[in-house]
Design a protein around this ligand. Sequence first.
Ligand code: UGA
Length: 436
Amino acid sequence: MRIAMIGTGYVGLVSGACFSDFGHEVVCVDKDARKIELLHQNVMPIYEPGLDALVASNVKAGRLSFTTDLAEGVKDADAVFIAVGTPSRRGDGHADLSYVFAAAREIAENLTKPSVIVTKSTVPVGTGDEVERIIAEVAPNSGAKVVSNPEFLREGAAIEDFKRPDRVVVGTEDEFARQVMREIYRPLSLNQSAPVLFTGRRTSELIKYAANAFLAVKITFINEIADLCEQVGADVQEVSRGIGMDNRIGGKFLHAGPGYGGSCFPKDTLALMKTAADNETPLRIVEATVQVNDARKRAMGRKVIKAMGGDVRGKTVGILGLTFKPNTDDMRDAPSLSIIAALQDAGATVKAYDPEGVEQASKMLTDVEFVENPYAAADGADALVIVTEWDAFRALDLTRIKNSLKSPVLVDLRNIYPPAELERAGLQYTGVGKPS
Ligand code: UGA
């Protein structure tokens, strides 16, 4: 199959590289000439483990190429994937679809055969209808079909998620489009039995939002249970285990922490709420989740202040981990931003270490000293706070940490250390949802 991937952001680049690795011929298109130039030199615009090697081997094999020329990419393509951004529109939280519609228009102008146009970007219900309208208006005789095919990739595990998905969702009412999509994903079913779920297009669009909203609800639920655990002397990690062993609940996404962040859950929950409100069907559970999660990120700053005795004026706090989760350089809606703001507002000085996030973080944070390793973050600080659970923080020399700190306060907002281990090293421990 010949595939054009419009947009070399996170989703487009990972999907394009993985499709080419399946053996398809893939052309990735982006308007940003600098990005394409870097990709020609095998420099990835994002940090994703394994991506550079995957791109390099498929470029070498002649199956993957990059261009700024959309016409060249779309020419003779069996399928054209739209993988451009859908950020939250400023002011109203609706997904901004202008990039999707502009891409649809340009694709339509350059179609040379009845290609299948696939929306991979996360788009509100009904967007496929609008893309179809644009294609019909610009290229009325193209015979192109419009399909929804949402992505379920997690940053940091995107290649694994693409190649070994729980399911692939394809939304189309058209038989020819279904055949093309079946062919594109055929390598998955040869290696394993990843089900391809065919649905209507609108249903597929909603599945994406419902999945992300459900996961956000799940995390927020366990975070509130964590707060209750602290009040009643229970342990949230054991509660998670205890409820997660029930197959109807499932153990994943039940890790209590400082609140969810990232480029997806915050944006997608807002967009879903807007769709729901527009259709006079408010989703109250999702609304509550968004409010609780926003409040939680700020509350985590107060938690640190409390652990430090209630007054942080003139004190220094070391932060371990800035990105919204490990194995990414993504800082969007990261809990660290709210936590650091709360600490600075209360008069503390902050220094921070993150393995990959400093470049992005330095654009979003002011008056933070970025240091070279975890021990430097602890050096002379009045407390050390684990905000993101990078593997590099899981086996720290705790005695060295204790000796580096001015006062031995450690706040573990990801519960990566057993309290007893920290206490043995002489550290005053605060976790999330742990009995005190
Ligand atoms: C999420 C979904 O997991 C993907 O399936 C989806 O494709 C993607 O959004 C998207 O829509 O593009 P992602 O945002 O990369 O993926 O990251 P997650 O691993 O889902 O984590 C999101 C946030 O939830 C992070 O801040 C993480 O720390 C937090 N989280 C996750 C918890 O606090 N507890 C958990 O148990 C799990």
